[in-house]
Ligand binder design. Structure first.
Ligand code: FNR
Length: 182
């Protein structure tokens, strides 16, 4: 099965490990998945007064989510939670036409620290289950892509650690099957 996936990256940093992970995902599975990294850094701050007729960048972002078969969120952990830029994008997506309802979502994250963004991922699962989002998130239990000690695992702008890549292969396989399943 060939799927179209939108990727959201929670870091705007030029040398972001999470962006490197997102680019690795785009390239490594391109035979089975057309993946597009959406630019969430240019979305304006969420404003409830603008939600009915949002700025063009927001309307375009929501359209791309709506048209995708699934979404992969690749994010760092900031202060034990998700970065504001990602929460902002999710807040826009959660209103009016609520483009995440039923949308298959896979979560991944990288950090130089030991815990692989686990706290952010737990928060993110909670956020994604809120009434405005109601995403269909790939269940935990073997599917947590938690890349710890990132400086040792990336080189040349890509994830290169073989054990992590092999684990990622398995999770992406399950995500593609999850998208296909009712
Ligand atoms: C961090 N960092 C961090 N790391 C972590 O594992 N847990 C945390 O709670 C935090 N908190 C945090 C807050 C803020 C404001 C910053 C800037 C950083 C460190 C973070 O993991 C590190 O900077 C990563 O390299 C960020 O991801 P990218 O930019 O490499 O994708």
């Amino acid at each position: 099965m060939y799927v179209r996936v939108a990727i959201l990256v929670g870091s705007l940093r030029a040398d972001s490990f999470n962006m490197q992970l997102a680019r690795t995902i785009c390239e490594r599975y391109r035979d089975r998945m057309e993946a597009e990294i959406l630019d969430i850094g240019t979305l304006p701050h969420f404003d409830q007064d603008a939600e009915q007729d949002p700025p063009p960048a927001v309307a375009d972002f929501k359209r791309r989510i709506r048209e995708a078969d699934g979404v992969i969120i690749v994010t760092p952990e900031y202060n034990w939670s998700v970065p504001g830029v990602l929460k902002n994008a999710l807040d826009w997506a959660s209103r009016v036409d609520k483009v995440f309802i039923g949308k298959p979502v896979m979560i991944a994250g990288a950090t130089p620290g030991m815990l692989g963004t686990v706290r952010a991922q737990l928060h993110l699962r909670e956020i994604l289950s809120s009434p405005g989002l109601q995403a269909r998130v790939l269940p935990p239990g073997g599917n947590e892509v938690l890349v710890s000690l990132a400086p040792q695992k990336f080189a040349g702008g890509r994830l290169v650690d073989e054990a992590t890549l092999s684990f990622l292969d398995g999770v992406v396989d399950k995500f593609i099957a999850f998208i296909a399943s009712p």
